[in-house]
Write a protein of this length. Structure first.
Length: 103
């Protein structure tokens, strides 16, 4: 992930949730909710594939808005690895910039 971000000129900080949040006893959505709360955030955005992983009611109970990142309908069935392998750097950036957030 770090290499992909570097390649796409995405400047972001990466943290090891295991070392920062002390929640290795939690997993799945419970771990995500814990991290969001510890970051004092109220909105979590996940790739669209997460719609089958997360229960929006569990997030609502903690006053967290749950949304999903959706790419152009022509690319929805493609995995990010497929996009990375079949598009050049500028095309990938364009794809990422056209993503929308859905609830």
């Amino acid at each position: 992930i770090k290499s992909i971000c570097k390649y796409l000129d995405i400047d972001t900080e990466f943290l090891s949730s295991k070392n920062v949040y002390d929640n290795e006893d939690l997993n799945g959505q419970n771990r995500v909710i814990d991290i969001v709360l510890k970051e004092k955030a109220n909105h979590y955005v996940n790739p669209i594939g997460g719609t089958i992983l997360y229960d929006s009611e569990a997030f609502k109970e903690k006053n967290i808005e749950l949304s999903f990142l959706k790419v152009d309908k022509n690319l929805n069935n493609r995995l990010i690895i497929d996009i990375l392998m079949n598009f050049n750097k500028e095309e990938i950036k364009n794809i990422l910039n056209q993503c929308i957030i859905v609830k």
